[in-house]
Structures are given as C-alpha cells and as structure tokens.
Ligand binder design. Structure first.
Ligand code: CTP
Length: 404
C-alpha cells in the first residue's frame, strides 16, 4: 500500500507552461491510489485544457468562480473540506503573491484560503521573476505559514533563459505531498545519520569486490526519517536507486570512504542508523594497472577494513543513539545479540537472509529488534518503509529516555 492510497488530493494548476507537467503529476498520484480533484485558473486553461485533466482524474475540473454560479460556493469550500492535501503545481509568481496576501478572486485562491491542512507549493517561472524580492518575500511568508515549497530546478526555461525556475521533478513533488500527508512528526528536531547500500573495494581498474546490498532498506530508513520530521544525512554506497533530494546525501564507494564520511558527520547526529553492508575486507594492495592473467591460479591478499559501527560504539557522543543491522543466514538472535554487545550499540535490527521476503533487493523485510537491556521485539513481515518506521520509533524512544 502506498502512502497516497485513498488520499484526497486537491491539485491547483496556474498559468505557466509547466502546466502540462501537472498531467503527469495527476496521473502519478492516481496510479499511487489517490483521488485527485483539479482546480485551474483561467491562465492555466490557456496552456492545457480542463478536458485533459478531467479525463485523467475522472472528475470535472473546478474552474472560474462565476462559470457555474449555482455551484461555486459549494465547489471551492467543499473541495477544500474534501481534500487531505492541497498542492499547487505549477505556482506562478502571481498566484504566490495572491496566496501570500489572502486574495481569493478565483477558485484556486479561494480554495487555498478555505484550506487548513497540508499545503505544497511548486513554483515555476522565469528566473528573474523567481529571484525578484517580491517573490522571495512571498515564498518566505508562505514557508513561515507552514506551506512546503518544492523549490524549482535550475535548467533551460521555456523563455530560453537558463536559471532557477523550472518546475521541480514530479517525483520530488510527490515526496513533498507524502510529507504533507504525514501529520505526525515524532522526529521533529532530531538529526538522523543513515548509511546505506554496499561498499565497493577495487582490486584493479577493472575488477572489484562488493556484495548484494541494493540500499533499499537504508533509503527507506532515510526517507521515513525525513517524513517523520527529522533532518537527515544519508551516506550511501553505489546504488541504482533514485536519489532522495530531501536528504543531504554523501555518495561514497569503499568502506574506507564510508568510514571517513561517517566519522566526519557523526557528532552532528542524534541518532545514527548503520544500514549499510560494509565490506569487512579489502584487497591489501589496489593495483593501479590491470592485473594480467597467468597460467597458474591467482590468490588475492585481503586486509580488514575498519568496523565503523564498532568504532562509533567506542566513542559515542552523550545522548546519542546508535543502531546497527545484522544480516544473518543462521542463529539470527544469537549472532545479533553478540554484535549488539560487542559493538556497544543501543539497538540492533536483525534479519534472516534465508527467510522469504527478507533478503537483498526485496520490497519487504522482517526484523527482529534487540535492545541493550535484553528486550526484544519480533516484527511481522512488512514493507521496508513500515519496518524502517518501526525501527525509527524505537530509536527515538531511546533518544527521548536519554534526553528528555
Ligand atoms: N558494519 C560497519 N563496518 C564494517 C562492517 C559492518 O559499520 N566494516 C556495520 C554494518 O553497517 C551493520 C553492522 O555492522 O550495521 C553489522 O554488519 P555485519 O557485516 O552483518 O556484521 P559483522 O560485524 O561484519 O559480522 P559478520 O560479518 O561476521 O557477520
């Protein structure tokens, strides 16, 4: 089940060429299980037709306030009451100014004024208009009032200029909609450091040693931590996953790189979650030239890498919570307990790689949580996002006991 399943999204479209991208947004939201009601300004209708949106969403578009005098009053207030979240994409400079000052001279702005739940605004306009102090101030005021601003991208604009003003990626707008829908923010104020993915140890310019980790679990932890209100830094090994623009991300390659990045960042974090599958060994010598084959066999000398988690356990900042993972193929509880104790961590999430739905690259995971005081909890098989949420709540509980 996606976070958008069954949710009511009010999609406001204003008059920018980026309006055509709203069709993609509407389609993605519907595919994710949401119901979408669109409201368009007259200027938006100059770029795309209401029929397009009506066809995509299966609902008539709310348009001019006075087109259907009998209904408008019900429509914009009713839509505001119906919706769980209101997203305006694209939002022009003109619409942002109206939203800031509480004008309500069309259905979109009137609905905005009548709406008191999560609001997401994705501006799109010419760079000079975007950078104009009037727009800057308006954006700032909207942000202060709790609107989530999905900043535009830097790129080639329809007017031919290159600069900031291009509508954000649709997938990123969806992330912010999910954030607005998640009303509970138990990790607000918390700084969470997450490591994810495999590490890659080069043998020579052609070959390397790595493992099967895809980063799915670590990215789920980072994403859920952000949704729950945390400020997230993600240190990621090479993965094929879509980047998480809402997290400050540091990409690394080897265990050595990861150790360096973690040690640089560790003191800023309240909670550290080490989901990465870090190599325990690396080639003793990394050849700068390609190693040529010989007639006889070949053996590779390996040397130990730093155990990052164990090092973190030795010099934990006061109040900090340290969470590790244990991926096992046998004696799950015993092996995880041993790691928990040996590495001096607060909480360990163990998973049995041989159990169906719990291995690398799956969308699900079944975690066994073990605490330092001997407590434990067996979670059901659930999505990696749900498992991440459970883990974060458990880690946050420890943080609160120590810091509140
Ligand atoms: N870990 C780490 N640095 C390493 C190896 C592991 O920080 N060089 C962390 C992982 O991120 C994970 C935890 O240690 O949170 C457990 O990793 P795992 O490889 O399963 O355990 P090991 O201690 O390496 O033990 P073993 O390989 O013998 O199972």
């Amino acid at each position: 089940m996606t976070k958008l399943e069954g949710k009511h999204v009010l999609l406001g479209i204003s008059g920018s060429i980026a309006a055509y991208l709203s069709c993609d947004l509407a389609r993605k939201l519907i595919k994710a299980g949401a119901q979408v009601q669109t409201v368009m300004t007259d200027a938006a209708k100059a770029f795309i037709t209401p029929l397009t949106l009506q066809t995509l969403t299966g609902r008539p578009v709310i348009q001019g306030m006075f087109d259907e005098v009998k209904q408008w009053d019900v429509e914009h207030v009713g839509a505001a009451q119906w919706a769980d979240v209101f997203v305006i994409a694209p939002a022009t400079a003109n619409v942002m100014a109206k939203l800031t000052w509480g004008l309500a001279d069309d259905s979109l702005t009137a609905a905005f004024l009548a709406f008191d739940k999560g609001r997401v605004i994705a501006p799109a306009m010419n760079t000079v208009m975007y950078e104009n102090p009037a727009t800057r101030i308006n954006e700032e005021i909207l942000r202060e009032r709790g609107c989530l601003i999905v900043e535009p991208q830097v790129g080639l604009l329809a007017c031919g200029d290159v600069g900031k003003g291009k509508l954000a990626e649709i997938d990123d707008i969806v992330l912010y909609i999910e954030y607005a829908l998640e009303r509970e923010k138990p990790l607000k104020g918390r700084r969470v450091l997450v490591t994810a993915g495999p590490t890659v140890e080069d043998i020579d310019p052609v070959r390397y040693i790595t493992n099967h980790s895809t980063g799915r679990m670590g990215y789920a932890v980072a994403y859920e931590a952000w949704l729950m209100g945390a400020e997230v830094t993600l240190i990621s090994g090479p993965v094929e996953l879509k980047a998480l623009p809402v997290c400050r991300t540091i990409m690394v390659r080897s265990a050595g790189d990861m150790a360096e990045a973690v040690f640089r960042e560790k003191d800023k974090a309240d909670i550290i979650i080490k989901s990465a599958a870090v190599a325990d060994y690396r080639p003793a010598v990394q050849s700068l030239e390609k190693i040529k084959k010989a007639e006889e066999g070949f053996s590779l000398d390996l040397t130990r890498t730093t155990d990052i988690l164990a090092e973190l356990g030795k010099e934990k900042k006061a109040g900090q919570v340290l969470v590790g993972f244990a991926a096992e193929t046998q004696n799950l509880r015993e092996n995880a307990k041993e790691k928990l104790e040996k590495k001096h961590i607060d909480l360990i999430a163990a998973n049995d790689l041989t159990s169906p739905g719990s291995g690398f690259g799956t969308d699900t995971n079944q975690l066994l949580l073990l605490w330092q005081d001997g407590g434990s909890k067996e979670l059901e098989l659930m999505s990696k996002e749900e498992a991440a949420k459970e883990l974060l709540l458990a880690a946050n509980e420890i943080w609160r006991e120590r810091n509140d």
